[in-house]
Design a protein around this ligand. Structure first.
Ligand SMILES: [Zn+2]
Length: 227
């Protein structure tokens, strides 16, 4: 059982992963097609309104299909709302006697800040101390993605990942650290480009026991071993 492996995309079952994203998107699209108060074309209409409001011509060649593209894009970027968590971890939680810390670090993610709907992105690192149950390694990035593909604030994203693993695995403790850059900071206002925001959530023994927390943080500080 690897305990300190960096996240490597080739460790994932890429095909199942891609299939899952398509499934999530399909159920999101079904919902969108059902329409809201503005009808099924609500996003297109809203994008057209924005284009006109900023003084653009929504009919010019480069923009004419933009509302439709944005509709599809928004469904994809927010498909985390429609992920079924039971299905996500289905068959991937195992009873084992392993009781050392499991750490998976450097999981890349892309999310959208709920205040400006601009991207924030970076990496998430997750550790937990199993109490007889572990989750398949490839599922942790999927949990991160389920919460990242929504409108978020980084603090809540961090907390939700920790709460989910605590609730599903009942480990002795969980730690999540997220480092991210926010385009709403970099592109507008004070333009603090390049600043990284770090958030953490520690539960159970990761909160109460300094030794456990230190062990987790030491894993995160350690340079990724080359293989
Ligand atoms: Zn923002």
């Amino acid at each position: 059982m690897p305990t300190d492996q960096p996240f490597e995309p080739d460790q994932l079952d890429q095909e199942a992963h891609a299939r899952q994203i398509l499934d999530d998107r399909a159920s999101a699209e079904k919902l969108a097609a059902g329409g809201d108060a503005r009808g099924p074309q609500g996003i297109e209409r809203a994008v057209r309104d924005i284009l006109m409001e900023i003084g653009e011509d929504p009919e010019r060649e480069g923009l004419v299909r933009t509302p439709e593209r944005m509709h599809r894009m928004w469904i994809e970027l927010t498909c985390g709302y429609h992920v079924d968590p039971d299905r996500l971890i289905n068959g991937a939680v195992f009873d084992v006697g392993y009781s050392e810390m499991v750490v998976i670090k450097g999981i890349p993610f892309y999310s959208l800040c709920e205040h400006h709907m601009l991207p924030f992105f970076g990496t998430a690192s997750v550790g937990y101390l199993p109490r007889g149950r572990v989750i398949g390694l490839s599922k942790i990035p999927r949990v991160v993605e389920m919460y990242a593909r929504r409108l978020q604030v980084q603090e809540r994203l961090t907390q939700q990942i920790a709460d989910f693993l605590q609730g599903r695995l009942n480990p002795y403790g969980v730690g999540v650290v997220i480092e991210a850059q926010h385009l709403c900071l970099a592109m507008r206002g004070v333009q603090k480009g390049g600043a990284t925001m770090v958030t953490s959530s520690v539960l159970g023994t990761f909160r109460t026991t300094k030794g456990t927390r230190d062990e987790f943080m030491a894993h995160l500080d350690r340079a990724t071993p080359r293989v």
